[in-house]
Ligand binder design. Structure first.
Ligand code: PEP
Length: 314
């Protein structure tokens, strides 16, 4: 139910804030903040969560799919579908495409100087250069035009034994190279069945805490329950909201309320053109990481359009 945030509530939050921590009121998007409360919050330095807007980020993860011909058609089709479904998307959202590494420069060139989408790597190594056969330097990704890189995807954690310590190293060097990391985290089905979801998420968040705070500030998180990836079985809105709230609370305790409010959290796991709107309206979710459904430009465009400001506030 919609509630009114009053100046009294703001004063109370300010009184109760402990040890130099910024006072914080958690409000739903639809809650009404009275003018008096807003002024009072400004005067007393109280943060009201519903006042914070985070720009949606919607990222396509092609995984090991696609080639130059596919990319060529894809870029043109995405541009035309976005012009049709959501012409103002570039002003309101960050649209990112993560093709296989050799396609990064091709994808960038086809994006017409980033006018259609920005480009991401799907992974990078922990070194700038050297004898690391088969690995991709974050610096090279950047030089080839990538702005983002996906780090710690569950497929990499599972198939290539990536640990939280390695993820932390990758976050740091990616940022040094000038990339924005999209760090994936999520429980597997056994973790969920044995009520270990929060413990697993808290453990994975240690990668974010083990790098300097000025680095952590640049990270985007993607909550991706492993059991929902590529299975057609997306998590329910309640499950996503619950884990997202857990992540924000955990971050609030470790890095403070401002940080926790500012960080973007995407959801990934069988997002498609049919369920995207349901996901876009979940409180605290700021976008999507999309695998299978992103391979069809028209569907990816529909998913992006689900994050329209108007659609989400209805
Ligand atoms: C992913 O690869 O990150 C992903 C979420 O895949 P899918 O959308 O296919 O579940």
């Amino acid at each position: 139910m919609r509630r009114f945030i009053t100046a009294d509530e703001v004063r109370k939050a300010a009184r109760e804030a402990s040890g130099g921590e910024k006072a914080f009121i958690y409000a739903e998007k639809e809650d009404v903040v009275t003018d008096e409360a807003r002024d009072m919050a400004r005067t007393l330095g109280v943060v009201i969560s519903s006042e914070i807007t985070r720009r949606p980020c919607i990222c396509a993860n092609f995984k090991m799919n696609g080639g130059p011909g596919f990319m060529d058609k894809y870029a043109a089709e995405l541009a035309s579908c976005l012009a049709q479904f959501y012409p103002e998307y570039a002003a309101e959202t960050d649209v990112v495409v993560a093709p296989p590494a050799p396609l990064v420069p091709v994808a960038l060139a086809l994006s017409n100087k980033k006018a259609i989408y920005s480009v991401a790597g799907q992974n990078c190594y922990i070194k700038e250069s050297g004898a690391f056969t088969g690995e991709v330097s974050p610096y090279l990704l950047r030089e080839c035009g990538a702005d983002y890189v996906i780090i710690g995807h569950s497929e990499r954690r599972k198939l290539f034994a990536e640990t939280d310590a390695l993820v932390a190293q990758k976050l740091k060097i990616a940022i040094d190279a000038g990339l924005t990391p999209i760090m994936c985290l999520g429980e597997n089905i056994d973790d969920r069945k044995t009520a270990k979801t929060f413990a697993v998420i808290a453990q994975m968040l240690t990668a974010l805490y083990s790098i300097p705070i000025e680095y952590s500030k640049k990270v985007i998180l993607a909550y991706e329950p492993v059991w929902a990836i590529g299975t057609g079985m997306n998590a329910s809105s309640e499950q996503i909201a619950e884990v997202c709230a857990f992540i924000r609370k955990n971050i609030m305790v470790k890095l403070g309320v401002d940080f926790s409010n500012a960080i973007r959290i995407l959801y990934g796991g069988s997002v498609n053109e049919t369920n995207a709107l349901e996901i876009a309206v979940i409180k605290g979710i700021d976008g999507a990481l999309v695998g299978g459904a992103s391979l069809k430009a028209v569907n990816f465009a529909k998913i992006i359009a689900a994050f329209k400001t108007d659609a989400r506030s209805n």
